[in-house]
Design a binder for this molecule. Structure first.
Ligand code: KG4
Ligand code: ZN
Length: 335
């Protein structure tokens, strides 16, 4: 009988505790579980790092229990080590180190942003070159991905990220956390033309993003309305989502005009936004570009994408010695 080997991957860079088991030869995802902390952070309107770390310390061992039967067939442990919240990254790293020592396995450290890129290839062959829009709670970037470890950042945000701006608008409106899905739902019932929010950096030739000004426009608009009712909230969400997306589209169009892009992808938690997906699909149609998307369940943080990248690193035998593993809240993709 053919013997198959596997990688166990761990993700704890923010508020999702997740572990996956991926078969190395077939790239098949054999096990994947994630415990999200949305409810716990909702009252605070954002992630509280120390609370997140404590919840990871509870959730990760629980998920690990369910992977017991795969442990004898593991060849490596993969773990997200950057970027993310230092105190939560450490939880995953500690578990990876303990497993590495107990099972005598090498460790593969994974950059979370690269993980999001590989969410496109879960149970699929990798496809390069691709131009990729990464929209998450921590990042808004356009990345040129040419192959394994060949990434170049074309544009990034100067302040807040796309997903973060949804979280902040939701917080201002008292709608809970994470804001993205709630604001998208509210926007469906709203009039996106009611308020005249201006598109950030519209007259700037820069290919860059900025969301803090738009957040302030929303703040001022909320302050102007006496006794905010639900329809006001719907309309604010709709106008905000329209402007936030128009900003992305405006800068993306410049990139599409400059380069002949055959394959384009959107990844990261906010790539689950269907309004954004539809607008980008239209842009791709206009330029004859194929749009690639990860399955909805793999858009937000998960260990399956970490495991998928780890297969490629394993093939290159790219391991990190235990005493050289470090975590970092920030990181660059460029090499
Ligand atoms: O990738 P992710 O799970 O975590 C980070 O790496 O940051 O992304 C989470 C972010 C949050 O800011 C969340 O509000 C946003 O993605 N998000 C959305 C949607 N779903 C999640 N933003 C806009 N529309 C959505 N439907
Ligand atoms: Zn993420």
């Amino acid at each position: 009988m053919l013997q198959y080997y596997m990688i166990l991957s761990i993700e704890s860079s923010c508020d999702d505790s997740s572990i996956a088991i991926t078969q190395i030869e077939t790239k098949k995802l054999l096990f994947h579980k994630k415990i999200s902390q949305d409810k716990e952070h909702s009252n605070y309107g954002g992630v509280v790092p120390e609370l997140a770390a404590r919840l990871h310390a509870e959730a990760l061992p629980k998920i690990l229990e369910e992977t017991k039967r795969y442990l004898p067939d593991l060849k490596a442990i993969a773990v997200t080590n950057e970027p993310g919240l230092s105190v939560t990254l450490v939880e995953g790293i500690m578990m990876a180190k303990a497993l590495s020592i107990t099972l005598n396995l090498p460790i593969i450290t994974v950059n979370h942003l690269v993980g999001h890129i590989y969410s496109l290839f879960i149970q699929k062959e990798a496809l390069f070159p691709q131009t990729i829009l990464l929209v998450s709670g921590g990042h808004t970037q356009i990345i040129q991905a040419n192959g394994y470890e060949q990434f170049k950042t074309i544009a990034s945000t100067m302040d807040d990220s796309f997903g973060e701006s949804f979280d902040k608008v939701a917080k201002m409106l008292g709608l809970g956390y994470p804001g993205g899905p709630i604001v998208e739902e509210y926007a469906k019932k709203g009039d996106e033309d009611r308020f005249g929010f201006t598109t950030p950096l519209y007259n700037s030739p820069l290919i860059a993003f900025s969301y803090s000004g738009l957040k302030n426009q929303v703040r001022l608009q909320i302050a102007k309305i006496e006794n905010l009712n639900d329809q006001d909230r719907y309309d604010i969400c709709a106008t905000f989502q329209k402007t936030a997306t128009a900003h992305l589209l405006h800068k993306l169009k410049k990139v599409f005009k400059q380069q002949n892009i055959k394959n384009f992808a959107i990844v990261g938690g906010a790539s689950a936004n269907l309004y954004l997906r539809a607008k980008i699909q239209k842009l791709c149609d206009e330029f004859g570009t194929t749009l690639h998307l990860a399955e909805l369940k793999f858009c937000s943080d998960n260990a399956a994408m970490i495991g998928r990248y780890a297969i490629e690193a394993y093939k290159q035998q790219k391991f990190t010695a235990l005493d050289e593993i470090s975590s970092s809240p920030k990181s660059s993709l460029d090499n």
